[in-house]
Ligand binder design. Structure first.
Ligand SMILES: O=C(O)CCC(=O)C(=O)O
Length: 265
C-alpha cells in the first residue's frame, strides 16, 4: 500500500468470517433453487462451434427483470429462514441487505467448455473495506463428481496477492472495471504466492447439495480445477452485507439492493 493509500484507507476491515456448513439448506429448499437453474440456464441453446461458455450464470436482477418481484421475493424468504442466515446475522448484525446483481445462479457444464472463475477476492466487487459474506451453495454433490469451489482457508492470504490487491485499489479501496481485471490472478501467480506463505492452505470442500461455504471478501477463491469425468454443477451464491454498509458505500444508487427479510413467512 502506498503512503497515500495508508492515510486515506478506513480502519482495517473487521474480523474475517469463514465457515463450511455440511447442511446449511434443507433438501426442499435446494430443489426449489435447482428448479430456477433448470428453467433459466438449462434452457440455453447450443453454442456455436468452438465457442466457450462465458455466461454460465444468471443473477437475481436478471430474474427480477424477466419474471418480476415474485420469484426473487420467494428466494429471499427461502434464504431468510435458513440456519446459515442466522449465522450471517450473528456475524454482521440483524439488518441485512443483498445486492441482486451479485446473487448468482450458475451451471458449470463441462461439455459447454465453460471458462472457470479465475482466482479472486470478492473485495474486488464492492471494495476492500466493505464487509460482505458470500454464501456459496452447491445444488449438486461437488468436490469429486462435479467441480466445487477452491479457496484459501485464511483471510488475506496468500499475503503477496492480498498486497497486490491493496496496491491495485484506489484510495478508497475501490476497483473500476480495468483495475478489477488486474485482480483476477492467474494460476502461476497463485502457486508462486502460496509457496512462500506458510499460513495459506487450499481447501476444496466436498459437499452435498445444500452444503454452504460462507466466506467474506477477504478470502481468495476460484472454480475448482475440472477433472476428467466431472459432470455439470449447479450452484447459487448469495451475498449479504449490513444494510447500513450498503447505504454508506452508495450501493443503493448503483445496484438493486433489497432487505433480507427477518425470517421466512
Ligand atoms: O462458482 C464458481 O465456480 C465461482 C464462484 C465465484 O467465483 C464466487 O462465488 O465469487
Amino acid at each position: 500500500m502506498t503512503r497515500a493509500q495508508e492515510q486515506a484507507a478506513p480502519a482495517p476491515t473487521a474480523a474475517a468470517h469463514h465457515r463450511v456448513f455440511e447442511a446449511g439448506l434443507g433438501l426442499e429448499d435446494v430443489a426449489r433453487l435447482r428448479e430456477v437453474v433448470t428453467k433459466t440456464l438449462g434452457r440455453r441453446g447450443a453454442l456455436p462451434d468452438g465457442e466457450r461458455d462465458h455466461k454460465w450464470w444468471v443473477n437475481l436482477a436478471n430474474l427480477y427483470a424477466s419474471h418480476g418481484s415474485g420469484p426473487v421475493g420467494n428466494i429471499l424468504q427461502l434464504m431468510a429462514g435458513t440456519p446459515v442466515m442466522a449465522w450471517c446475522r450473528a456475524q454482521l448484525g440483524d439488518d441485512l441487505a443483498a445486492v441482486l446483481q451479485y446473487c448468482i445462479f450458475r451451471r458449470f457444464d463441462p461439455p459447454r467448455n465453460p471458462v472457470p472463475a479465475q482466482w479472486h477476492y470478492d473485495a474486488n466487487i464492492f471494495g476492500l473495506h466493505t464487509p460482505m459474506v458470500n454464501l456459496w451453495i452447491p445444488l449438486v454433490d461437488v468436490g469429486v463428481t462435479a467441480p466445487g469451489l477452491t479457496l484459501v482457508d485464511a483471510a488475506r492470504r496468500p499475503a503477496a496477492l492480498w498486497e497486490r490487491l491493496v496496491e491495485t485499489a484506489d484510495q478508497a479501496g475501490q476497483f473500476d472495471p480495468e483495475t478489477r481485471r488486474r485482480t483476477l490472478f492467474p494460476d502461476a501467480d497463485v502457486a508462486a504466492a502460496m509457496a512462500i506463505d506458510p499460513q495459506a492452505r487450499f481447501i476444496t470442500p466436498q459437499l452435498k447439495p445444500g452444503g454452504v461455504i460462507a466466506f467474506d471478501q477477504q478470502f481468495l477463491h476460484g472454480t475448482q480445477a475440472l477433472q476428467p469425468g466431472m459432470g455439470a454443477r449447479d450452484s447459487f451464491e448469495f451475498r449479504v452485507m449490513p444494510v447500513d454498509v450498503a447505504r454508506r458505500a452508495g450501493l443503493v444508487d448503483r445496484f438493486q439492493v433489497v432487505h433480507v427479510p427477518k425470517a421466512a413467512a
